[in-house]
Design a protein around this ligand. Structure first.
Ligand SMILES: [Zn+2]
Length: 289
């Protein structure tokens, strides 16, 4: 398989400034992302939201890429119009691979690769990156419930979440880490295109994303508890049954009653409006061809 065109995307959420800064740097000087055997394109996906330092204007852009929304005849919301325009560009430019960069406020997410699907190409690229970059972890939503994300426009690609980084902060350490990751990805692709694919591990560890855990709410739908201090800042750690996961306004612990799982995106600020406290994931080892 050859890759001819790669899309580097940032600013799907306008307040995630660190990857936007890196891609603007590449727009100014494209030498670091220029390779002999494939092309790279840059997308700042939600320019109005970037200008206003907001996550979005009307609706979350990264929930607008479902086929239903892309086929909507007369979209009115800014992000729905923008999603259709991005889809047209991806199809017309014949993009082979989407790398969509985001930041998360959850403190210990490192570099989290959210794969579009379990296509062997995606798994091998992720395996290579996990092998060569200690910050990388691999997440797959096996049930494909998130198929309204930008990464789902084509089969090959991933969302890359880095952090924790606060909204609207350009974190220089993370700019450098992300630039290093981009170089690792481009080098990998260059070798694939030269028919000398790098050796990748045959067994990888991945986190299979499950349902979110919602904050407890009162009759008016107001959140009435906070994440337990044991969990806050502990992304990827293990949550066992009967361990406390929230403390309510009266100071009482609320205990977890599900099966043992890993926790991700703990206290992510952008999920607060969705009343999501964190996600559960199951850690697995899988073998790849
Ligand atoms: Zn984002």
């Amino acid at each position: 398989m050859k890759i001819k065109k790669v899309l580097l995307s940032a600013g799907v959420h306008g307040n995630e400034k660190t990857p936007i800064f890196l891609l603007k740097k590449f727009q100014k000087n494209s030498i670091p992302i220029t390779r002999s055997n494939f092309k790279t394109e840059i997308l700042i996906a939600n320019p109005q939201a970037v200008k206003l330092h907001q996550r979005y204007l009307d609706v979350d852009l990264n929930r607008c890429f479902s086929s239903e929304k892309l086929d909507k005849p007369h979209p009115v919301k800014y992000e729905e119009i923008q999603a259709q325009a991005i889809n047209r560009r991806v199809q017309e430019s014949q993009i082979d691979l989407i790398l969509d960069f985001h930041t998360t406020t959850s403190s210990n997410m490192g570099i989290t690769l959210l794969l579009s699907n379990d296509h062997p190409f995606n798994l091998k690229l992720a395996a290579y990156l996990a092998e060569h970059n200690d910050l990388v972890r691999i997440v797959l939503n096996a049930e494909q419930k998130q198929n309204n994300r930008l990464r789902h426009l084509i089969p090959l690609g991933m969302t890359v979440e880095i952090g924790g980084i606060a909204p609207n902060v350009v974190d220089p350490v993370w700019v450098e880490r992300l630039e290093y990751l981009v170089q690792q990805i481009l080098e990998y692709l260059e070798q694939i295109n030269q028919d000398r694919p790098p050796v990748t591990p045959k067994i990888i560890t991945l986190y299979s994303l499950q349902e979110p855990v919602y904050f407890p709410t009162d009759d008016q739908g107001e959140i009435v508890a906070m994440v337990h201090p044991n969990l806050h800042g502990s992304d990827y750690s293990v949550l066992n049954p009967d361990e406390p996961m929230f403390i309510d306004l009266d100071g009482n612990n609320i205990y977890y009653s599900g099966e043992t799982a890993n926790i991700l995106f703990v206290s992510e600020s952008a999920y607060f409006e969705k009343q999501i406290a964190f996600y559960l994931a199951t850690k697995k080892k899988i073998s790849i061809e």
